[in-house]
Design a binder for this molecule. Sequence first.
Ligand code: KG4
Ligand code: ZN
Length: 350
Amino acid sequence: MGSAVVLGIESSCDETGAGLVRDGRLLGHAVASSMDEHARFGGVVPEIASRAHLHALRPVVRQALEQAGLRLADIGAVAVTTGPGLSGALQVGLAGAKGIAYALGVPLYGVHHLAGHVAADTLEHGPLPDPCMVLIVSGGHTSLLLVRDLARAPITHLGDTLDDAAGECFDKVARVFGLPYPGGPAIDRAARTGDPRAVSFPRPLPGSYDFSFSGLKTAAARWAEGHAERELPVADGAASLQEAVADVLTRKAVAACVEHGVGTLVVVGGVAANSRMRSLAEERCRAAGIELRVPPLRLCTDNGAMIAAVGDLLVRAGAAPAPLDVSIDPSAPLEYAALHPVAMGKAVAA
Ligand code: KG4
Ligand code: ZN
């Protein structure tokens, strides 16, 4: 028996994504972003994001279907991000997903956004080895995770951020540097012509595998303030900041792999798109004999394909679907990939 085509819907922040996955294979996906509408406010405005999701949801689902050469009736299950994220934004995606699942009479799965980031890599590089080390670096989260069977097993947090997330640090410092929103890509671009050794920013290394980026953020802001009278060497500041963030993240991730005897590191989330993060992770993993997996850029930032990928894993694991009155959880902790109880049934044969 063939597995179902899973439609994934993502709407937790400012990207509306729809993706179609079957048997671990990406069939089609589309993303609409309201990023430009938030740019002049310097950050995501929740009301604007919710309204944008409402406008974009049907078009992105249609585009994903067109790309896959499929019709609505071909969808066998629907997976949707139910948390964490902006509550209004999540509500729009969940309502849309429920409507489609109900109308088609197919099962619905509520998925943790960060599990989606993890699963994104499987669409490019195949199933994750068990166990693997996952470094999630996004706008709102920095976590080092020991992942076993993503669909079935609980996820072990080895470390989390104590304050700002890595992406948040990029976004906030970019603002102080006078760079446009979103800050991460702008810092990355500006850093190309800068010297990463120009400024010796602190390397925050709190004990254990936790992370802390607020001190680095403050140091970068102080450095910028110190140039009030002179022109700010933005490229050098950006390159040095990027170096400090990439250094701390990759150092801890590789150390965790070595300590736990894990042979594969997966780096996911928006900050995995950072060029220095990618090159330093490659360098350090190679030196330590660790296999590095990073999803392609288009699957690093928020999208619907990654949510479909989790849904596909849950379907194939025989997980119980969510009840139709499932609700959002804007601050859901990452414990399991599914955000509703999923007593495992008989796995569906591929
Ligand atoms: O995973 P994501 O798309 O959304 C969240 O779930 O948060 O991550 C967004 C974050 C933002 O902070 C953005 O500035 C950062 O990822 N980002 C980058 C780059 N591209 C996106 N940070 C550094 N370098 C980049 N190239
Ligand atoms: Zn995300």
